[in-house]
Design a protein around this ligand. Structure first.
Ligand code: RIB
Ligand code: CA
Length: 315
């Protein structure tokens, strides 16, 4: 039986690649895709969600859940890497194909309808999941597992010197989710950044006559340019694609149970992942954290997933 999955994401370019990798995988039953604020505003994330699903037009449409603005969100986003619209300024039209539900309501409904069966893949700030847990405190015990892209284990951040974007954007929600009584897997930034793609990646993508290939060619060149101009890097990283792959092929990673928390307030340390790796830790191990990655194989697997999506979207 295919694995039931909800994908919660903030609709930047790497989120979109992760959706290409998962929406056409016959091992998955994607029950819902939910938008959250982060890479772009809540409104833009909702537009992007509808546009991505319409562009890819999967055979089985997932239900779509809409983002709402995050309280006390910091004035940061990822437009410097992903463009003003979060999708390489591709100018996609959004379509209102479905009656829209708030993301957290959809998460609650989908988990309650499939108790102990749902994996939630979180590729953005953890706002929706924390809201769902506040609304329905029993929910954590009904989830099979949560796979999260977020945090930095080695203390090197990407939005501040020491914080990773998803945790920095909404640290209180990240803390609540990490402390919840569910099975959690964390794919931190220092793992996702070990998988780098050069521009030759474009030659390996499905052709332009497939909806996936056409879509990826509209969004990816922008981020190659931005990585060069903004970060001085020739290649790109696709953090959420690696997060999605950790859900699909965990044997390509090594994991350690670690006691984890998140700094919610520090002047310089907001959103920092606190991982107690001392021999006598105070924090009880609550998260399975990826500590090693077989990067060459992961990179190839990500391309293979996209090629499969290409086959499924030939017009
Ligand atoms: O830090 C990387 C993460 O922040 C990715 O999920 C990216 O899409 C942004 O949400
Ligand atoms: Ca993301």
């Amino acid at each position: 039986m295919p694995r039931k999955v909800i994908i919660d994401c903030d609709m930047g370019i790497d989120d979109a690649v992760a959706l290409c990798m998962t929406l056409f995988d016959s091992r998955l039953d994607v029950l819902a895709v939910t938008a959250t604020e982060g890479c772009v505003t809540a409104d833009q994330a909702n537009n992007n969600l509808q546009a991505i699903v319409a562009e890819l037009d999967p055979e089985r449409y997932p239900r779509l859940g809409m983002a709402q603005s995050t309280q006390d969100a910091p004035a940061v986003d990822t437009r410097f890497l992903f463009g003003d619209d979060g999708l390489g300024n591709a100018g996609f039209e959004s379509t209102n194909r479905q009656r829209s539900l708030p993301a957290e309501k959809l998460i609650i409904d989908a988990v309650r309808a499939n108790p102990d069966q749902v994996t939630i893949l979180c590729l953005g700030p953890l706002t929706n999941l924390a809201r769902a847990f506040r609304r329905d405190p029993v929910l954590p015990s009904l989830i099979d597992q949560i796979v999260i892209m977020g945090g930095s284990l080695n203390g090197v951040g990407n939005i501040t010197p020491c914080a990773e974007f998803n945790f920095y954007f909404d640290p209180a929600s990240a803390q609540e989710v990490l402390k919840s009584r569910t099975t959690k897997t964390l794919i931190p930034l220092d793992i996702t950044q070990q998988v780098a793609f050069g521009f030759e990646m474009m030659d390996e993508l499905p052709g332009n006559r497939t909806r996936t290939g056409y879509f990826l060619r509209q969004i990816l060149p922008h981020t190659f340019r931005a990585h060069r101009q903004q970060l001085g890097q020739e290649g790109i990283t696709l953090n959420d694609a690696v997060g999605a792959l950790a859900m699909l092929e965990p044997e390509l990673f090594k994991f350690q149970p670690i006691g984890c928390d998140v700094e919610t307030e520090g002047e310089l340390t907001r959103g920092v992942l606190i991982a107690d790796r001392r021999t006598q830790p105070d924090l009880r191990p609550n998260v399975s954290v990826a500590t090693e990655v077989r990067s060459t194989e992961v990179k190839q697997y990500i391309i293979d997933q996209l090629v499969t999506a290409g086959h499924a979207t030939q017009d």
